[in-house]
Design a protein around this ligand. Structure first.
Ligand code: NOJ
Length: 566
């Protein structure tokens, strides 16, 4: 058994619940979730047993990209509430022992940000334009974009303005990229970090953390070939746009601000980089943690899970941060649905799900029961691993992806910029069902901003609340056991691990065993305290995870059981 980590490192093994505010709970019936909705659900969040919430952007925004197009970094969107509501929410969560992490979006502002408006009104070469990346076009009249770089959301990464110059946007045209070589930009973000830290925010999730430093030496070269969605990025460090070494100078400055607070503010990088390059983002001199998306990309296969866990723990040991496990978030097809699809040898689970979405969610036909069963097993496995775990709202209800949102109701720029060829990410952002029926299933008093399917009712919080076999109950029990068992940041593979079973133990003798195979297997000795599906005549069935504590009279176990039952 391990003592609690020092307060300064509360994040090391924290369970963080991601709230996508516009789809969590709507307190005023306008169809859009808000801070009042979060305040009204603090009791629910507490009942889950999480350590922290991470809020996706709640700032003023035209919502071209779900709030990742920020108009003002130091305010709340009026549709979501006010700064006073934010303070009330933070106090309510803190009062229940839940920390607050917010999303910070430094790669780009929105095109409605005061700086961008100023830049458009200012002449070429002005200081106002230098906060962004404006360039002249190619060709005799400058009518060709400065380079043929594509935007991540489809279409060109440059847009022309009235006086003929072009500005860079690696995402939507409404998300102009900032120039991080500009000292004013850097200082302003330091002020924003202080603004929220002073309000009691405990940490920051840094959007597109690997994109801030760019080599904009001209002539611009064509970009190296990008991997397919969901493929492992190649290690680079020399790419003109992504993961350049200079980006860490920025986070060294952020760290100095973080460390001026007690406890120091935490940071977690959203950096889609090769695992070998993740460590620098997660270093104590940098942001402190970086998302590890390897589990999220893995197929439901024993070998893939074994490789990912082994590699990520080894990698983490090298740079001293704890690792971060993620199975779902607001950008990918929910894991219950990914695991309902057949694994494909040449694709990650995200890649296969993207292909499935393109078919309108019909081909191949998902086996939803199997997906739920595997998702429950995967979650229980993830929650037994050392490091922190990030949960995405609705996964505790076993929600699946909503694949059949009509085109005219879709919101994601990925859908609109691709002319509907890509379906985008709305299917995992559909507002949560709180009640089994009623308008918007208890999300709010009016219709929700994205349509909810009829099958949300039986998966609602209300429908699961008193069902001890529900996915909600499983999450609550798992988080409660995890908290009681409070193991050191270690993992020991047990001899039971083979081509279809993963079996490991944590300090104090807590064991986790997962059967990826198709036949039931014997369980190790001990008391099964939790299983993701019912046991089969004392055996561990297919696609199931169990947590086991050692048999009495093992002294460690006695100690464990005693403290766990307190
Ligand atoms: C990553 C965010 O998770 C995603 O939702 C957003 O579209 C892009 N960054 C651009 O900000």
């Amino acid at each position: 058994m391990e003592m609690s980590p020092p307060t300064a490192e509360w994040w090391r093994q924290a369970v963080v619940y991601q709230i996508y505010p516009r789809s969590f709970a709507d307190s005023d019936g306008d169809g859009v979730g808000d801070l009042g909705g979060i305040i009204s659900r603090v009791t629910y969040l507490t009942s889950l047993g999480i350590d922290a919430v991470w809020l996706s952007p709640f700032y003023p925004s035209a919502l071209t990209d779900g709030g990742y197009d920020v108009d003002d970094y130091r305010d709340v969107d009026p549709q979501l509430g006010t700064l006073t509501d934010f303070d009330e929410m933070t106090a309510g969560l803190h009062g229940c022992g839940i920390k607050v992490i917010i999303d910070i979006v430094p790669n780009h502002t929105s095109n409605r940000h005061a700086w961008f408006r100023e830049a458009l009104a200012a002449p070429k070469g002005s200081p106002a334009r230098d906060r962004y990346i404006f360039r002249d076009g190619r060709g005799p009249d400058g009518a060709q974009p400065p380079s043929d770089w594509p935007s991540m959301f489809g279409g060109p990464a440059w847009t022309r303005v009235q006086d003929g110059q072009w500005y860079l946007h690696l995402f939507a045209a409404e998300q102009p990229d900032l120039n991080w070589a500009n000292r004013e930009v850097r200082d302003d973000f330091l002020a924003t970090l202080r603004f929220w830290s002073d309000r009691g925010v405990d940490g920051f999730r840094v959007d597109v953390a690997h994109g801030l430093a760019k080599d904009l030496t001209e002539p611009f070269e064509p970009l190296p070939a990008e991997p397919n969605p969901g493929d492992q990025p190649v290690p680079h460090g020399a790419h003109p746009l992504w993961d350049r070494d200079e980006v860490h100078d920025i986070y060294a400055e952020w760290r100095q601000v973080f460390n001026q607070y007690d406890p120091p503010r935490a940071g977690v990088a959203e950096a889609w980089v090769h695992p070998s390059r993740r460590g620098r983002y997660a270093s104590p001199a940098g942001l402190g943690q970086a998302f590890n998306f390897d589990l999220l990309e893995a197929n439901w296969r024993c070998g893939e899970y074994l490789r990912v866990i082994t590699d990520d723990l080894a990698d983490t040991q090298q740079h001293g941060a704890s690792t971060t496990w993620v199975l779902s978030n607001h950008d990918v097809v929910r894991h219950a649905t990914r695991y309902a699809l057949p694994a494909q040898d040449d694709l990650s689970s995200i890649g296969a799900a993207s292909a499935w979405l393109l078919s309108g969610g019909v081909s191949p036909e998902p086996d939803c029961g199997l997906g739920t069963r595997r998702a429950r097993a995967a979650t229980l496995l993830m929650l037994a691993l050392p490091g922190s775990a990030y949960l995405y709202q609705g996964e505790e209800l076993g929600l699946h992806e909503v694949a059949d949102i009509p085109g005219d109701r879709r919101e994601d720029p990925v859908f609109w910029r691709s002319g509907g060829a890509e379906k985008g990410r709305d299917g995992c952002r559909v507002p949560l069902p709180w009640t089994a029926d009623g308008p918007s299933f208890g999300f709010g008093a009016g219709a929700a901003h994205l349509p909810q399917p009829a099958w949300f009712g039986p998966l609602s919080v209300q429908a699961q609340e008193h069902d001890s076999a529900s996915t909600l109950a499983l999450y609550r029990q798992a988080l409660s056991w995890r908290r009681k068992l409070r193991a050191a940041e270690n993992l020991e593979w047990m001899p039971g691990t083979n081509g279809q079973v993963l079996h490991f133990s944590r300090s104090g003798g807590w064991q986790c065993v997962t059967n990826f195979g198709s036949r039931a297997v014997p369980l190790p000795r001990g008391t099964v305290v939790l299983a993701s599906s019912p046991l089969l005549e004392g055996l561990l069935p297919a696609d199931t995870t169990a947590w086991i504590i050692p048999p009495a009279p093992d002294r460690v176990a006695q100690h464990l059981t005693a403290s766990a039952l307190q």
